[in-house]
Structure formats: structure tokens, C-alpha cells
Design a protein around this ligand. Sequence first.
Ligand code: SAM
Length: 260
Amino acid sequence: MSEADRSVDLDRDLDLDTPKGDRPRHSRTGNSVPEPRVASMFDSIAPVYDRINTIMTAGMDGRWRRAAVRAARLSPGDSALDVACGTGKLTAALAMAVGPVGRVVGLDLSTVMLDEARRAFGDLVQVEFRAGNALALPFEPRTFDAATIAFGLRNLASFEDGFRELARVLRPGGRVVCLELTMPRPRIAGRLYSAVFGRMAPVMGTAFGRRDAYSYLPDSLEGFPDAGELAETMRRVGLANVTVRRLALGAVALHVGEVG
Ligand SMILES: C[S@@+](CC[C@H](N)C(=O)[O-])C[C@H]1O[C@@H](n2cnc3c(N)ncnc32)[C@H](O)[C@@H]1O
């Protein structure tokens, strides 16, 4: 069995839609924390972000990223935009898919995250890292073949506007790919997950001297739309053929939609 097949098998779809009864009555439509504060929190955790991420995900984040790259269906020579790129790991994985004659732009609000990304992947000729806001992308319509956002959507002031911007910069047939934490089902697993994540993130933050920023992470998941609601949000901005795949026993959702 190939690495790709094994990943599909382990992370098999558990369900596609959350039944209405399980949905929170009022999911948030955006993040209420002001953008400058979001940026400064990510600036402060940038130097330790990758280490904490690897510990908190037990190293599974690499597999999720590979699933996102496959979902983008890129070919050599294509172009892709990785929004909220952080330290650039997904940007670099997309760069492998488009090859040296392709183009990938990694964009982020946090300049310190971008410094880390440039330090790690600045030698990839097809990659450019740029400062910018996911809600006002500095690109013309129909610029890219795919646009990704990994664990960035829940930080945006409007989730719907975030998807709208991603769709705007894609050519017809281009794919929007979103990786994001989500509440696992059934409910009991979801409660256990929030209890563990809610406690673990601040503990990790304290261990690395970043308690405040790591308390924000579980808060940003509170009231976040479930996978079915997020799929609806994508359809509302005009994305077609929207699919949802749950990874990590349902704790991570991979949403994909196509520009018509
Ligand atoms: C949890 S990190 C994810 C980083 C990376 N995509 C990954 O998978 O490791 C979230 C990132 O979103 C960025 N971000 C938050 N709000 C943003 C916005 N409005 N525009 C662009 N980036 C934003 C943060 O600076 C941070 O780097």
C-alpha cells in the first residue's frame, strides 16, 4: 500500500454532514479578536509554532498537509496561493507539486511567521512569501489554479468573506482547499476533545513561555461552524462540488470546493 493510500485508509471519511440536532444554535460567522491582536499573537508564537504543532498533533500534521496538496490537484507549472501560510510548510509542499516552473505564493498577516517561512523555504525558486490579509488579497481575479488555507480560517473576521476572497483569485475550475480543526462526533468525543485541546494548548503555551497566545487557540474554536455549516458557507460564495473529508478521527476537516 502506498503512503497516499495508507493515509486515505487511516483518515477515512467518518461522516459528511453533521445532523441538525448536533449543531450549535448560533455558530460564529467570524473571529471577533481584532486583526492587529491576532497578528501580534502569531508574531509572538512564530519561533516555537512548529515545535508545539508537532507535539500537539503527534506529528500527524504532515499527513494532513499531504492530503490538502492532493486535494488541490495541481500539476507541474501550475500556480497556487497558500493563505495564512504561517511558517510555510504547506506552501513548500504545494511548491513540490507545481515544480520549479510553477509558482506558489505564501501569504500571512504575521511578519514574524513570514520570517520563519523565508528562513526555512526561501531557497525554493518557485515560492514567494508576502505579507497580506486573507480578507483583502493583493491579487487580480483569476490569478491562481488553487488556493489553500490551513488552520487559518477560524482567525478571520468573516469566514464567508475569507472563502469569497479565495474563490475570487482562482481561475475557472480552480480549487479552494481548507484544512481546519472541527468538533469530532459523536458529541461525547467532541466534549472530550474540547476538554483535552482546551487544557493542552495553554499548558503547551506555558511550557514554551507563550501562555496567552496558546489560550487563544481553543477560544478560537469555540462556536466555530461545524463541517456541514462550513460546507454551506462555501456554497454560498458560489463554490461548486463542495466535499468534506474528516481526518484525525474527526478532529480535522478538509473542505474542497471548485470555482465554476
Ligand atoms: C494556526 S496558524 C496556521 C499556519 C499554517 N497554515 C499551518 O498550517 O501551520 C494561523 C495563521 O493564520 C495567520 N492569519 C491570521 N489571520 C490572518 C489574516 N486575516 N490574513 C492572513 N493571515 C492570517 C496567522 O498569522 C497564522 O500564521
